[in-house]
Design a protein around this ligand. Sequence first.
Ligand code: FES
Length: 153
Amino acid sequence: MSVGAQIQRLRKQYPESTSAVLPALRLAQEEHGGWLPPEALREVAEALDLTPAHCLSIASFYDQFRLEPMGRTVIEVCTNVSCALSGAQQVVEAFERELGIDAGSTSEDGAFTLGSVECLGGCGWATVVAVDNRHRLRVQAADVPGIVEELRA
Ligand code: FES
């Protein structure tokens, strides 16, 4: 079934098409390999009778949506309050050094995407780092070289 047809089916579960935007974008992102190329935004817009610009404005607001292709491994460091107080910024900087990229970008070989995110729901185990959505707890900057070595292996 095409993405458009799946979104049309999804749309029927909501009273208004605008209410279906978030699940439709999630679905389109899954179908497009984890990100939303312009084609995906057009599909969502067309299926929900919205404009691609409206869909882009929603997608660009939420961290959960990606507007660029992601690396094969996605590393997300929580930098919200509890993690910030436990050294999250140093963890981000350690990943930047080890991977040779800035937070918010993907390595040239497409192996890694590094990002900082809002609370991952593990505030008592700060700093929390999600690697492909699997959480690592109480990560310190000194742990980062070992984590990267493990991920490269
Ligand atoms: S503040 Fe980092 S998990 Fe909540």
